[in-house]
Design a protein around this ligand. Structure first.
Ligand SMILES: C[S@@+](CC[C@H](N)C(=O)[O-])C[C@H]1O[C@@H](n2cnc3c(N)ncnc32)[C@H](O)[C@@H]1O
Length: 269
């Protein structure tokens, strides 16, 4: 299916969006991106003999789930993914895990020693977030969340001068279009997400990491933001408009750079 055809179908639920985009989502560039984040988050969790039951929430096509299987080879892994097309790919990629095609809302949760939600927390409703914490009540909750805040006083490297700064283009667009998607301003702040965990867990740690991505063309950056679901999460039904407007501010032919700031948040009961 062409990118234009994909854009025309407006997806009401996030899982419908991923259902339509599973093939373009399941790419090498996305695998590298989600694997890097999952490795970093798993490193914060650490190794423990106790981690025998794992629940992966919003498992997608299995990038993070595969990392968890490598890291905890003896653990029983349940991978929860509401889109059938995404889960079908995940089942092939990580057959060891038990794949369940449901949103967290419709899943009868058992307690797990590790509950892992990498780049999926922003899709969950308030009720699902409570369920996520409850599922980790006897263990560890690990979240990787894309955020816009950063530690006070931190210095960051400059973006490459010869590439269009994708963050700046997205920030300007967000200012004009007023994000109306499920990815609220609070959810894009690591401190706000951490506060929510503090009532439920004995110890909560938070660390910020940055991942820079370079794209040969601005068009590739825009397509990637779209295929990952980022534009849907930010702009909801105005996603197609957001894509068109980004193509006006980011040179579609020239190189582009994007910096992801990700908070790794771990709660221990
Ligand atoms: C960006 S992908 C996740 C990537 C995956 N965690 C990884 O790191 O490989 C987000 C996933 O969350 C799923 N999702 C959306 N709403 C959900 C819900 N209510 N419950 C569980 N998963 C959900 C989507 O279908 C999508 O596959």
């Amino acid at each position: 299916m062409s990118q234009d055809n994909l854009d025309q179908g407006y997806a009401a639920r996030p899982s419908d969006f991923y259902e339509q985009h599973a093939a373009v989502y399941d790419s090498d560039i996305n695998r590298k991106f989600y694997e890097r984040i999952a490795w970093a988050l798993a490193a914060k969790v650490g190794d423990s003999q106790e981690l025998k039951t794992l629940l992966v929430v919003g498992a997608g096509t299995g990038f993070a789930t595969a990392i968890l299987h490598r890291r905890y080879p003896l653990a029983k892994i349940t991978a929860l993914e509401p889109s059938g097309a995404m889960a079908a790919r995940g089942r092939i990629f990580v057959p060891h895990a038990q794949w369940i095609e449901r949103p967290l809302n419709d899943f009868e949760c058992q307690h797990a020693r590790l509950v892992f939600a990498s780049m999926s927390y922003h899709w969950l409703t308030a009720a699902e977030r409570s369920k996520l914490m409850e599922a980790a009540a006897d263990g560890v909750l690990a979240l990787a969340v894309a955020v816009t805040d950063r530690p006070e006083g931190s210095d960051e490297a400059e973006m490459p001068a010869k590439a269009t700064d994708g963050n700046r283009a997205l920030r300007r667009l967000a200012y004009r279009l007023r994000p109306s998607g499920s990815w609220s301003r609070a959810d894009r702040r690591a401190r706000a997400v951490t506060d929510k965990l503090e009532d439920s867990f004995r110890e909560v740690t938070r660390e910020y990491v940055t991942f820079d991505e370079m794209f040969d063309s601005g068009q590739e950056l825009i397509d990637t933001l779209n295929n990952r679901g980022s534009l849907l999460a930010l702009f909801s039904s105005r996603r197609a408009q957001a894509r068109r407007e980004l193509a006006r501010t980011i040179d579609p032919e020239g190189p582009a750079a994007f910096r992801w700031r990700v908070a790794l948040i771990v709660g221990r009961s």
